[in-house]
Design a protein around this ligand. Structure first.
Ligand SMILES: *[C@@H]1O[C@H](CO)[C@@H](O)[C@H](O)[C@H]1NC(C)=O
Ligand SMILES: *[C@@H]1O[C@H](CO)[C@@H](O)[C@H](O)[C@H]1NC(C)=O
Ligand SMILES: *[C@@H]1O[C@H](CO)[C@@H](O)[C@H](O)[C@H]1NC(C)=O
Ligand SMILES: *[C@@H]1O[C@H](CO)[C@@H](O)[C@H](O)[C@H]1NC(C)=O
Ligand SMILES: *[C@@H]1O[C@H](CO)[C@@H](O)[C@H](O)[C@H]1NC(C)=O
Ligand SMILES: *[C@@H]1O[C@H](CO)[C@@H](O)[C@H](O)[C@H]1NC(C)=O
Ligand SMILES: *[C@@H]1O[C@H](CO)[C@@H](O)[C@H](O)[C@H]1NC(C)=O
Ligand SMILES: [Cu+2]
Length: 571
């Protein structure tokens, strides 16, 4: 085993499978200090102080190998409560490091700190980290790149160069103020002013030209782009002028390669693509714009660009002699057919086995909703004097305030949560048809669903036509899952399972529910803890589009939650 330059030291574990016992890891140990602080950032002709990690926007990229342990001390030198989430890291038996505020921990208060310790176990590829409190992740995010263990390699030829390509969303206001305004008014939040690629909006926006992100390529070589959708509220289409992309991995799981002109990527998802420099040397735009499936709802319809630049063309462009790069053709903002056709192409290359026998057959509706409003007018600015809400199985998720769910579970504190989340909708109705207005208002609660350790779980995520149908990118913490099927309309339990892919379904941690349709996922509940499942459009989480699983301990210490780390923040 060789020593990575960034690594402070390493231990040899007995073997990889016992790596996590008592914090002993088979990989290297990396220490990082993350200081959250307000930092001046200039975008779109305006300088704003936004929260960053270590003054960097986007935040630092973490480079690790499978098996490595990360010890990240987070100090909050900002003015807002904050937590960090390591999106897609399984955190086996270690929910204490997962991060969603009031779910697995109380937030880190201004002036406070908390050290996240976790080991990457049997995962490779592109993941990312982000704040998991309110809307702070608008600027507090970065890439988490997991390379294969030393001595092993990718299941495709090693690319000449690799780049994270993070899609983001930018407001000309403090995103926390945008959220606060929406919380007060009950209306949809203001849409963003720009999308970004690695923090830069690109040439199509004011005052952005000179900082447009450039990705270098040499004629004939193949590079790897690690796409991450870090936008708060928007699925995005991405394309590169004149260049095809070969998808090889998503959400840190390898896929059977397929070639495409267009990628659709939802918030929370990652997609690795290979790009070959097989066009006339020059400069080509890469661009991303909204895929929006909701009816009659405002969205940011702008386009962010970066430049794929052949090295032989770079010197010419510096002299200012080159023409404007050509733009790729992007689909229309409402092109659900293209979005769904892209997602349907994924096939897994994973070593694991799809659960066949199912112990927990769950059916969750994904609903928007409206609350009839009787308060003062300024609080009722949703459609027709209402406030927006959202729910799963008609329960709008409420975060506790006095404690985190995990701490309450560990300390046996009653009154923080209940375990009566319904396994099926409390009311049967024509989910994707014309839903009677009387069904649009959910109940509120902090309801969890209990799973026995090791149980085989299937969930049908059914989109509904309450207010509007819409593609919701659903993310499950602590797990990745097989996406075994999807379809239009209402799921039919008699007909649809016959078409499930139980041979080579993709493994994901975030999957969209096609507007007015359903998606079926399966996983083995082998990771005890409290694990949030939620829509990764932050505007919807705030409305309650979430639930959580309580996965019970198995037999013995090796199948149980590890003890909490020292200095866990208190509420
Ligand atoms: C921002 O949202 C408020 C309502 O919350 C609305 O009145 C206002 O027009 C919005 N501004 C923009 C620029 O969309
Ligand atoms: C984006 O939306 C604005 C406001 O609705 C509209 O004026 C503009 O034409 C749209 N732009 C594009 C490129 O669709
Ligand atoms: C997409 O929106 C345009 C208007 O912007 C409309 O003409 C078109 O029919 C819509 N397409 C679909 C598939 O809904
Ligand atoms: C608001 O009310 C109008 C008029 O009654 C109706 O046409 C519209 O569908 C309503 N909108 C919503 C979202 O309920
Ligand atoms: C939907 O149902 C409501 C009553 O529940 C009815 O007034 C309305 O006409 C229906 N709309 C359609 C398009 O069927
Ligand atoms: C809310 O108001 C609408 C009429 O605007 C009505 O159809 C619906 O039943 C009401 N919902 C509740 C929960 O009171
Ligand atoms: C949700 O629960 C409320 C309160 O019981 C009820 O009025 C409403 O019809 C339910 N809606 C659905 C979709 O189950
Ligand atoms: Cu959503």
């Amino acid at each position: 085993m060789e020593l990575h330059s960034k690594q402070c030291g390493y231990f040899l574990g007995l073997s990889f499978f016992f790596a996590f016992i008592a914090g002993l890891a088979s990989g290297a140990i990396q220490h990082h200090d993350f200081v959250i602080k307000p930092t001046p950032v200039n975008r779109l002709c305006l300088t704003q102080h936004v929260m960053t990690v270590n003054g960097q926007f986007p935040g630092p990229t973490l480079h690790v190998h499978d098996g490595d342990t990360l010890i990240i001390k987070v100090t909050n030198a900002g003015k807002y409560d904050i937590t960090l989430h390591w999106h897609g890291v399984r955190q086996l038996r270690n929910p204490w490091a997962d991060g969603p505020e009031y779910v697995t921990q109380c937030p880190i208060k201004p002036g406070g700190s908390y050290t996240y310790r976790f080991t990457i176990e049997n995962q490779e590829g592109t993941l990312w980290w982000h704040a998991h409190s309110k809307w702070l992740r608008a600027t507090v995010y970065g890439a988490l790149l997991i390379y294969p263990k030393h001595g092993s390699s990718y299941p495709f030829p090693k690319p000449k160069r690799e780049f994270p390509l993070m899609l983001g969303e930018w407001w000309n206001r403090d995103p926390m103020h945008v959220l606060r305004q929406a919380t007060i008014t009950g209306a949809a939040a203001n849409v963003s002013d720009a999308y970004t690629i690695n923090g830069q909006p690109g040439d199509l926006y004011p005052c952005s030209n000179k900082d447009t992100t450039v990705f270098p390529i040499q004629a004939g070589e193949t590079i790897l782009l690690r796409l991450i959708n870090a936008a708060l509220n928007q699925q995005l289409f991405f394309s590169i002028a004149n260049h095809q992309m070969t998808v090889v991995e998503a959400d840190a799981a390898y896929t059977k390669p397929f070639t495409t002109n267009i990628v659709m990527i939802g918030p929370g998802q990652t997609t690795n693509v290979l790009v070959t420099g097989n066009q006339a040397p020059g400069r080509y735009y890469m661009a991303a714009t909204a895929y929006d499936s909701a009816q009659g709802v405002a969205f940011d319809n702008t386009t962010t660009t970066a430049i794929l630049e052949y090295k032989s063309a770079a010197s010419k462009s510096k002299k200012g002699s080159s023409a404007r790069p050509i733009l790729p053709q992007l689909p229309a903002w409402n092109d659900t057919n293209t979005a769904d056709a892209f997602t349907a192409q994924f096939r897994g290359l994973s070593k694991g086995k799809v659960p066949i026998e199912i112990h927990e057959n769950l059916f969750f509706t994904i609903n928007l909703g409206l609350i009839n409003c009787s308060g003062p007018n300024f609080r009722c600015q949703g459609p027709n004097n209402t406030r927006f809400t959202a729910s799963m199985n008609n329960v709008s998720f409420v975060l506790p305030k006095r404690n985190s769910i995990l701490q309450a579970l560990y300390q046996n504190t009653p009154g923080v949560f209940t375990t009566d989340f319904p396994p099926v909708p409390p009311l049967l109705f024509d989910y994707t048809g014309n839903v009677s207005r009387g069904l649009w208002t959910p109940v509120r609660g902090t309801k969890l669903y209990k799973l026995k350790f090791g149980s085989h779980v299937q969930i049908i995520l059914q989109n509904t036509n309450i207010v509007t149908t819409e593609d919701h990118p659903m993310h499950l913490h602590g797990y990745h899952f097989y996406v075994v099927g999807s379809g239009q309309g209402n799921f039919d339990p008699k007909r649809d399972p016959a078409n499930f892919n139980l041979v080579d379904p993709p493994l994901r941690n975030t999957i969209g529910t096609t507007p007015g349709g359903w998606v079926a996922i399966r996983f083995v509940a082998d990771n005890p803890g409290v694990w949030l499942m939620h829509c990764h459009l932050d505007v919807h989480i705030g409305w309650g589009l979430a639930m959580a699983f309580l996965v019970e301990n198995g037999v013995g210490e090796l199948n149980s939650i590890v003890p909490p780390p020292p200095q866990l923040p208190q509420c």
